[in-house]
Ligand binder design. Structure first.
Ligand SMILES: *Cc1c(COP(=O)(O)O)cnc(C)c1O
Length: 360
């Protein structure tokens, strides 16, 4: 039985064409700066995001960490969403490795911190306070596209107060595909999003389908600082062109097809509408969240797993579409979910669960 794996868009396997591109890539030692494929990728992603330089990173977590530490020093702080990846899902790295304090702020249902909260959290220059240095945003956040006027206003507010700005753009290509104006083109939209920020991190290993890799993009000075930090973090890789080739292939072939993932997420959400005991909480870009009544989320997850359909979550379940799941896979997931709710004796005992839902 083939598995329909909707746990995350990180589960994709490199396509045959991507593997061929990896095998054919010219290689060097990237710690010496002479891996031509890494250099090509860095130049490419810097140009696409309109930044002076970029640095290939083993993971998005390390990319965000090096970005935050390149902006902030010991005793500085960054403003960040309470549920943002760079606060909640990165092991507290900026605090642990950099003595940089996060100042988490509440987010609304689509991930926005209010401008008033951001402004109120910016500390005056006073020895009581950490020095507020950086605003971190995330786009997409839980699949939500941040509206352009929000990105503009929040980053303008930060700049007025002398703060730098960083975007966790793990899924910024999804945001660009979903929010490009008709005829604008995804890459022009990407550039527009990136223009609001001093730096951004993008992932090649999510919807773009590469096995490994992210990039930090920013000014030359910032990237020089980040290169030193990446070495300290153990992220200086040698013949990394093998991996960079996969990312280049993804940029050539897997950007505009993200629209299919978004359509498949809608297909799933639409197909689930009207099932009693189940509600679609959110279905944006390639991520669908479901709320399952009566504590039956874990039972539904088990049922799905028995039928070769994988998702994550506890009370709220999360399904993420990607290039290894087509319409047929979505329809299999739908049949399976419908089957679960149609089964006699379906009322299960409410179970006790932690409210933390994995999002990665
Ligand atoms: C996946 C992800 C990251 C980085 O994750 P890695 O697994 O370390 O590559 C960062 N931010 C968001 C929002 C993510 O979804």
């Amino acid at each position: 039985m083939s598995v329909v794996d909707l746990r995350s868009d990180t589960v994709t396997r490199p396509t045959a064409a991507m593997r061929e591109a990896m095998m054919a890539a010219p290689l060097g030692d990237d710690v010496f700066g002479d891996d031509p494929t890494v250099n090509q990728l860095q130049e490419r992603i810097a140009a696409l995001t309109g930044k002076a330089a970029a640095l290939f990173m083993p993971s998005g977590t390390q990319s965000n960490l090096c970005g935050i530490l390149a902006h902030c020093g010991r005793g500085d702080e960054y403003l960040v969403g309470q549920l943002a990846h760079t606060y909640r899902y990165e092991g507290g790295g900026a605090a642990v490795f950099g003595s940089v304090q996060p100042q988490p702020l509440l987010q609304d249902a689509s991930g926005r911190m209010s401008l008033a909260d951001i402004e109120a959290a910016i500390k005056p220059d006073d020895p009581h306070f950490a020095r507020t240095r950086l605003l971190c945003l995330e786009n997409t956040w839980n699949g939500h596209v941040m509206p352009d006027d929000y990105l503009r206003d929040a980053t303008a507010l930060a700049r007025r107060h002398g703060l730098a700005t960083h975007l966790d753009g793990a899924r910024v290509f999804n945001a660009a595909v979903a929010s490009a104006a008709p005829g604008q083109g995804t890459l022009n939209r990407l550039r527009e999003i990136a223009d609001h920020f001093d730096s951004l991190s993008v992932c090649f290993s999510k919807g773009l389908g590469a096995p490994v890799g992210s990039a930090l993009c920013g000014s030359r000075e910032l990237i020089d600082r980040a290169r030193r930090l990446r070495k300290m973090a153990g992220g200086g890789l040698r013949q990394a062109g093998l991996l960079a080739a996969a990312a280049l292939h993804a940029l050539d072939h897997h950007v505009d097809r993200l629209a299919q993932d978004h359509a498949n997420a809608q297909r799933l959400a639409t197909g689930l509408a009207g099932i009693p005991g189940l509600s679609v909480r959110s279905a944006q870009t390639n991520i669908v969240f479901l709320d399952v009544a009566d504590g039956r989320g874990p039972a539904l997850l088990d049922h799905l797993k028995t039928h070769g359909v994988l998702a994550t979550g506890l009370i709220g379940l999360r399904f993420v579409t990607h290039l290894d799941v087509g319409e047929a896979g979505i329809d299999r997931a739908l049949d399976c979910i419908r089957g679960f709710f149609a089964a006699p004796g379906a009322a299960g005992a409410a179970a006790q669960h932690s409210p933390g839902t994995a999002v990665y």
